[in-house]
Each structure stands twice: as C-alpha cells, then as structure tokens.
Design a protein around this ligand. Structure first.
Ligand SMILES: Nc1nc2c(ncn2[C@@H]2O[C@H](COP(=O)(O)OP(=O)(O)OP(=O)(O)O)[C@@H](O)[C@H]2O)c(=O)[nH]1
Ligand SMILES: [Mg+2]
Length: 321
C-alpha cells in the first residue's frame, strides 16, 4: 500500500550546558556547551513513500554536549536529516504549508537546535560573578507536522477502468502489477520506470462523477500535479471513441485545471480486438473528428509499444527545450 500521508512529531536538540570549573590555580576554565542539532527535511529521489516514518515516535535531533574542562567546547549535535520522497509537502497542524520539497537534495531546516550555554572561561572577563556563572543553554523546539506525498513522475496513465492502463505500464517497464478483466482492479497509484529514467504512474480508473467522489474518488489525484505528460487511454471496445474521449476530458476539467491543461498523448488501446484495417480506420475517424492524433496500441504488438515509447520520449524532450 502506498503511504502518502503521515503525521510526525519532531524536536530539535537542546543546547549543551556550559561548565563552571577552575584549574588548580583557581582560574576559570569551564568550556562552552555545544549547540543542539537542527531537524532538516531532505528530498531524496530514491525514497518512494512515507512508510518508514512512525507517527508514534518523536523524531529528536541530538542535544549538544556539555562544556569540558580546559576551556574545551562541547560537541555540537549532528543534525537529524529526515529523507522524504518527491514531492513532499510539509504542513503544520493548522493546515498551513511550511515547505514543498520538490528536488533531489533540497534541504529545509524545520527546527533550529537550542544554543549551547557558556562556560565560566568565556564569561571570565565579566568580574567575579562572571567567573562563577555560566549562561544557561536554550532548549530545542518541538513541532507536530503532517507530511503529504505528491508523487512526481514524468507521465501518468489515466482513463476509464479496464482500458488497459496497468497492462501498458507492465509492458513499458519492469513492473508486474495486477491486470484483470474487471473494473477498478487498480486502487492505488503504481509506479514503474521506463528505460531506467522515465517514471510512469498508473492510476485507478476514472469515471464520470469521479470529481464528485464516485468510483475511487479524487484522493489519489494529488499525484497527478507534478506530471509532465498525460497518457489518456481509451479502449477500442468502446463503440463511440469520440464520445468517450470527450466525456473524460470534461471529467478532467472538473477534477483540476492542471490535469485538463496537461500535455496529452491519446492511446486507443486493445487494437488487436479489431482487424488491422478496422483499427486504422477507427483511428483515422477519431483523429478526423477530434483534430488530434491518437496512437493505436496493443500490449500484444511490440511495434505499437515502441511507437508509444518513442512518443513519450519525444514529447518529454520537446518540453525540455
Ligand atoms: N485484447 C487485449 N486485451 C488487453 C490489452 N491490454 C489489456 N487487456 C485486457 O484488458 C483487461 C483490463 O486490463 P488492465 O490493464 O487491468 O486495465 P486497467 O485500465 O488497468 O483497469 P483498472 O485498473 O480496473 O482501471 C485485462 O483483462 C487485460 O488482459 C490489449 O492490448 N489487448
Ligand atoms: Mg489497472
């Protein structure tokens, strides 16, 4: 199961106390305490979901060490780095977005550690009182946060249930997701990597009314926000391809403008159920009526899979320019 939300408690480290200490001639030589460590959130492309985080655990950064004799500084705490997948949005409990981690290696300091206290060596100039006193360390901070994952992929497969979306991701990548002849086989986003670098996502089927919560609803659609390309799948099993295409476009529009405005590749799937001539004639008809250029595809026909692969790559390349 894809874990795309987690609540966490985080705490930065307390500062270490400074030391009051004197050498054998009575001179102040107590060192300063180290600083408490920060809590840092880091984006990592190799992390896929939020499953490793435990909502019952407080993620605490190290405290600073206390000051040592001979004026030696206590060590600063090592920062606590929480590695999150892309894109992870961090919210506070009031629902305000604190940061959006969108790039590999992107860092954000969520909480700053407490400052180390001062030992009596540092304060020695401040009169006799200074010699005997130290400045207290400050405490770390605590915060409750909510992490929300919005998967970032190059392309997403969308369309009616049973259109053959999971079969396509399986054919284009090394994924082995469940394929079945009934609707809503896929209930969660599923990822696969094509040719080692292009991430594809297969999503549950959409139906008219998804935007109002029908079918699997819109919960998972946050994962479409960061995609560059939409692969819209329509099965040749449908009598009226244009009508099906247009009503799905209307649904996209109701769901989100990002989805509606996303660059689209139209794939007419299961082309093998018709004769090659029939399939081509339906494709031509569809293209003529809509003014688009849909691709014919069957997961049983290697050549058609290559055409889709090339199309995905060329569209992504032209977006880079
Ligand atoms: N003839 C033929 N059947 C196919 C093709 N691709 C998929 N199918 C069949 O169509 C059915 C649905 O395939 P899936 O890949 O599960 O479809 P889906 O779009 O992921 O379905 P949901 O997850 O329910 O939305 C399965 O029985 C597949 O074997 C194809 O190219 N040709
Ligand atoms: Mg599926």
């Amino acid at each position: 199961m894809l874990i795309d939300e987690k609540k966490l408690k985080i705490k930065s480290g307390d500062g270490g106390e400074g030391l009051i200490s004197f050498d054998n001639r009575g001179k102040a030589y107590g060192g300063d305490g180290g600083n408490g460590a920060n809590v840092i959130i880091v984006g990592n492309v190799n992390v896929y979901d939020l499953s490793k985080f435990d909502s019952n655990h407080t993620y605490k950064a190290d405290t600073g060490d206390r000051g040592h004799t001979h004026c030696r500084h206590g060590k600063d705490g090592e920062p606590l780095r929480l590695e999150v997948p892309l894109v992870t949005k961090v919210y506070n409990m009031e629902g305000e977005e604190l940061v959006s981690i969108e790039e590999d290696g992107q860092e954000f300091t969520m909480l700053v550690g407490g400052e180390g206290g001062l030992g009596n060596f540092t304060l020695r100039g401040e009169g006799w009182d200074g010699k005997l006193s130290r400045k207290r360390a400050t405490r770390g901070e605590e915060l409750d946060i909510r992490l929300e994952l919005n998967l970032k992929t190059e392309a997403i497969l969308l369309g009616y249930p049973n259109a053959g979306k999971s079969s396509i991701i399986n054919a284009l990548t090394r994924a082995r997701y469940k394929v079945a002849s009934y609707e809503f086989t896929t209930l969660e986003p599923q990822m696969g990597v094509m040719d080692g670098y292009i991430k594809l996502m297969d999503l549950p089927g959409l139906i008219e009314g998804t935007s109002e919560g029908k079918g699997v609803g819109t919960k998972f659609l946050k994962h479409t926000k960061y995609s560059q390309l939409l692969i819209h799948c329509i099965s040749l099993e449908n009598e009226d391809l244009v009508e099906k295409y247009e009503s799905m476009r209307k649904e996209f529009k109701k769901i989100s403008t990002t989805l509606h405005d996303m660059e689209e590749i139209i794939v007419l799937t299961k082309s093998d159920i018709a004769t090659p001539e029939e399939a081509v004639s339906r494709q031509k008809e569809f293209n003529k009526t809509t003014g688009k250029s849909a691709i014919l595809l069957s997961t049983y026909l290697e050549d058609s899979l290559d055409i889709l692969k090339k199309e995905i790559k060329s569209r992504l390349d032209s977006q880079k320019k």
